[in-house]
Ligand binder design. Structure first.
Ligand code: ADP
Ligand code: MG
Length: 673
């Protein structure tokens, strides 16, 4: 205080100015070596503060030269930049250890802002050596000291300025470097980004490749398995090949042996061929002979039939059925044939007692015996088989090309249907003529096929009731209703007759015939419910058109086989008075009688070789016109009831049949084309 007071004011001002300048300069200086860096910023500020205050107020400096070096201070720019760099620094430090700008700066060159590790040589003059205190009166001495101090400070200032300049230079360089590094960093960041993108792409690729690798590995394992299997298979095939080779060798050996055999066989074959040729010639000769014999057989067969008569009559008496009265012994007698009891019967005697005379006289009723003779008589016990045997010859004639007609004539209940179709129940023993004839035809046709003949059969089955024709083979909507049928010529100028609206069914086996007979039976049953006992009052005509061909010899033959179940031949008792319902019955009976008598008349006319044969007088004779007459063979069964009560009808039938039996029809001609 004393010093201050003693100092001249001019010196004081100058000193203050110098101090200010030095402080201003010092404020931008880096910390000096030896300064107490351990002090915080606040402490440094505190240390500086009195000086500042003094400068501002141009107050007196009491402790300017404390001897302590001033704390380091960063220049404003450096401080800001360093702070910015420091604050950015840690943020920029990535997990991958990317170097920040600050780090770069630190690493590349020791930043001038960082306190230097060693004390600056310029710091030494800053230390104001303590001098011996001059006495207050030694103003000169004091001035001298002050000048000395000033000089030192000036030097110091100069040194510091230089230092500052150097540091500024370093800072600029560092900034430039930082800018360069910033640009480099941007570039590197760009590169990093592209590297990252590449890395991501690479990752994706890697994943795709990994998946592909997995897939390929799987394929590889599959292929491996496949290879294993193939190798196994290869081994098996090799084994097989070895076996086959062995077999081949064996076969080759056998082939050689076979070739040797073959050559000997060929020689043998040549020999056999020659023999075969000879056999063929022989066979042809034999064939010719067989054919000749067949023709001869047909001729002889026909001759035999003609000798038997082109119209024959068989009489068949049915057995007494259960529940029927037993006829008196001797009512029907079957005298043995001329050759003895073993000879099939041909005669029949019927005894009729004259009841009227016995009641008048009271004497035992006299009997009248009626004898009849036919081509054959079948007593009640005769089997269906026996009956068929007799007509099988006629069936053969049909195959040989002669029209054949077989009738069953007799009163209702005498056994006509039984004879033609057979008994009910499907018992083969009871089969009638139709199924038996067809079976016979099929089997003979089969045999004849060996001789080169081929046969075909077409069946039809119609009913003639009250002079109307109805199809018995109708099916579907027409079934049982009997659509109207007409008998027409098959074509213009044709001799052949056909029934319109009727089914003509080709048949080749028994089963088919059975089906047809069943169908006809059903159709007849339907009609029977509509009109009482219609079946007995209608004619059923089963027609089989037989066609044979010998292609090799260009021969053809064809003829119809007709199997006719005639309507009941009973006559209406003229003594009966006719009720209203009986009129239809009378009309029916007249129609039946008319057609049956027309049949008789036709046979007579043919027998008498009359110029006019009344075929057209009835539907039946019209339909059968090609099977009656000159070239045809006819057989009539007269069916007789064994009952005494039917004696009148039996006599009528027997008389009619006898008349027919007396007829002789001219030599039949086979229908050969
Ligand atoms: P039709 O057709 O002449 O009216 P059926 O053939 O219907 O007569 O015969 C009348 C009955 O007599 C039937 O029950 C039939 O089975 C039976 N019958 C006919 N002939 C014989 C026979 N030879 N043997 C056994 N039964 C017969
Ligand atoms: Mg009948």
């Amino acid at each position: 205080m004393d010093v201050q007071a003693q100092r001249p004011p001019l010196l004081e001002v100058k000193r203050n100015l110098e101090l200010k300048t030095s402080l201003v300069k010092a404020s931008s200086r880096l910390p000096l070596p030896g300064s107490k860096l351990k002090r915080g910023a606040d402490q440094m500020e505190d240390a500086l503060e009195p000086a500042k205050k003094r400068i501002r107020g141009l107050g007196t400096v009491t402790r300017v030269d404390t001897g302590r070096p001033r704390g380091p201070r960063l220049s404003t720019v450096s401080q800001t930049q360093a702070h910015a760099a420091a604050s950015k620094g840690p943020k920029k430090t990535g997990p991958r250890g990317c170097t920040t700008v600050a780090t770069v700066l630190r690493n590349q060159k020791p930043a001038p802002t960082v306190p230097a590790p060693e004390p600056a040589p310029s710091a030494a003059p800053m230390v104001i050596k303590k001098r011996a205190k001059r006495p207050a009166w030694d103003l000169k001495g004091q001035l001298c000291d002050l000048n000395e101090d000033l000089k030192r400070y000036r030097e110091k200032t100069q040194t510091l300025d230089q230092e500052n300049q150097g540091l500024r230079e370093q800072l600029r360089e560092a900034q430039e470097q930082a800018a360069g590094l910033g640009a480099e960093r941007n570039t590197l960041e760009g590169e990093l980004a592209s590297v990252r993108t590449q890395a991501e792409q690479g990752q994706q690729k890697l994943e795709t490749l990994s998946a592909r690798v997995l897939e390929l590995e799987e394929q590889l394992s599959t292929t491996g398995r496949l290879i294993e299997e193939l190798q196994k298979e290869r081994l098996e095939l090799q084994e097989e090949r070895r076996a086959l080779s062995a077999r081949l060798e064996e076969q080759e050996r056998r082939l050689q042996a076979s070739e040797a055999d073959l050559s000997s066989s060929q020689a043998e074959l040549l020999c056999l061929r020659e023999k075969t040729a000879a056999q063929v010639t022989l066979l042809a000769e034999q064939g010719d002979r067989v054919h000749g014999l067949e023709m001869e057989r047909r001729r002889l067969h026909n001759q035999l039939q003609e000798l038997k008569g082109n119209i024959r009559v068989f009489c068949r008496v049915r057995p007494v059925l259960a529940g029927e009265p037993t006829p008196s012994p001797g009512f029907l007698l079957f005298p043995p044939g001329p050759a003895g009891p073993s000879d099939p019967p041909t005669r029949l005697s019927l005894s009729r007692s004259d009841d009227r005379r016995s009641t008048l006289t009271g004497a035992p009723a006299p009997t009248t015996r009626h004898d009849f003779s036919f081509d054959r008589v079948f007593p009640p016990g005769s089997k269906q088989e026996e009956v068929f045997e007799e007509i099988s010859m006629l069936v053969q004639s049909a195959l040989d090309g002669y029209p054949v007609c077989i009738f069953a004539y007799g009163q209702t209940g005498s056994g006509k249907t039984f004879t033609m179709e057979g008994g009910a129940g499907g018992d083969p023993q009871l089969e009638g003529l139709i199924p038996r004839a067809l079976r016979h035809l099929f089997s003979v046709a089969q045999e004849m096929s060996g001789q080169g003949w081929t046969y075909s059969f077409v069946a039809s089955y119609v009913e003639i009731y009250n002079e109307t024709v109805r199809d018995l083979l109708a099916t579907g909507t027409r079934k049982g209703q009997g659509g109207e049928c007409e008998i027409r010529r098959a074509g213009p100028g044709s001799e052949e007759l056909t029934v319109t609206n009727a089914r003509y069914v080709p048949v080749s086996c028994e089963k088919e015939v059975e089906t047809l007979l069943h169908l006809a039976h059903q159709n007849r049953a339907v009609a029977r419910t509509a009109q009482n006992e219609r079946s007995s009052r209608s004619h059923s005509v089963f027609q089989l058109q037989i066609s044979g061909e010998h292609a090799a010899r260009g021969l053809q033959c064809g003829a119809p086989l007709n199997l006719v179940d005639l309507a009941g031949s009973e006559r209406l008792d003229p003594g009966l008075t006719l009720g209203p319902g009986e009129r239809d019955r009378l009309r029916e009976t007249q129609a039946i009688n008319s057609s049956l008598s027309t049949l008789g008349l036709v046979i007579m006319a043919l027998s008498n070789k009359e110029s006019h044969v009344p075929y057209r007088n009835s539907k039946l004779t019209y339909l059968l016109q090609n099977s009656l007459g000159g070239s045809a063979k006819m057989l009539m069964f007269v069916n007789i009831s064994p009952l005494e009560e039917n004696v009148s009808e039996s006599l009528n039938s027997l008389r009619f049949a006898s008349k027919v039996n007396q007829c002789v029809i001219g030599t039949a001609q086979a229908n050969k084309k």
